[in-house]
Design a binder for this molecule. Structure first.
Ligand SMILES: [Zn+2]
Length: 241
């Protein structure tokens, strides 16, 4: 199977990669949905919502400051590094990620779309201000340097729509790809799941790398079971043989 995947990727000119929490989990990023310890008494899904932020911005910022602190300690893994190699090999490459941890940029990927935003960026709740800020911790209620309104994390919360420009870019790229490589996503969170179906509908070859079968396995042409940090480097290394 890995040989078939290798042939397909080696001979394609257009490749899209869709990544989810699984690739970050291999670096040690917790999913946060099952968070315990400090945040165990809260329903995490209820902290990452616009309503929670409106109700208690200090609590939501405390949660994000904690998440930033956790993520700051982890590093890109061999799967992230293999994707940087792939970007150098494939002429038309786009990485589409559901992850907000910024590990793909840290590894060195350039051409990418972050469907759910990035935890290292902040945006103003009033004006257009948007900036990267890696300080830890941020003030308990950080404010906009332009208009003094409250800042919020630049991530898409539960119940919020994705940035239409970001989503359009992902859809357009998916519609004209030859191969879609799906890594570490359970394919149940939208719109990621629909992007996989869209690629299939448009005739792309779907290659899936996951530790277990997912809903995407039903439509994947090739499923490689295993850790992305082991499978992907094998795949990319084989290009140089
Ligand atoms: Zn502002």
């Amino acid at each position: 199977m890995i040989k078939k995947a290798r042939e397909a990727i080696l001979h394609c000119r257009r490749l899209r990669v869709l990544t989810g929490a699984g690739i970050s989990a291999e670096s040690g990023v917790p999913t946060f949905r099952g968070a315990n310890g400090l945040w165990g008494k809260y329903n995490v899904m209820e902290l990452a919502t616009p309503e929670a932020f409106q109700r208690n911005p200090e609590l939501v910022w405390k949660f994000y400051n904690w998440r930033r602190e956790v993520i700051a300690k982890v590093k890109p893994n061999p799967a992230h590094k293999a994707l940087v190699d792939l970007e150098k090999i494939i002429p038309d490459f786009l990485l589409i990620t559901q992850n907000v941890d910024g590990l793909h940029q840290q590894a060195g990927n350039k051409n990418m779309v972050e469907l759910h935003g990035n935890i290292w960026w902040v945006k103003c709740t009033t004006c257009e201000y948007l900036a990267q800020d890696r300080s830890i911790p941020l003030p308990s209620l950080p404010t906009c340097p332009k208009c003094s309104s409250l800042l919020r994390p630049n991530v898409v919360w539960f119940g919020e729509a994705l940035d239409p420009e970001v989503l359009d870019k992902a859809i357009e790229a998916i519609e004209n790809t030859e191969v879609l490589l799906v890594i570490g996503t359970s394919a149940v969170v939208q719109p990621a799941a629909s992007l996989i179906w869209l690629a299939k509908e448009k005739g792309a070859l779907i290659i899936e790398i996951n530790i277990e079968k997912t809903e995407a396995s039903e439509i994947a042409d090739i499923t490689l079971l295993g850790k992305a940090g082991e499978v992907l480097p094998q795949l990319v290394k084989s290009f140089r043989e």
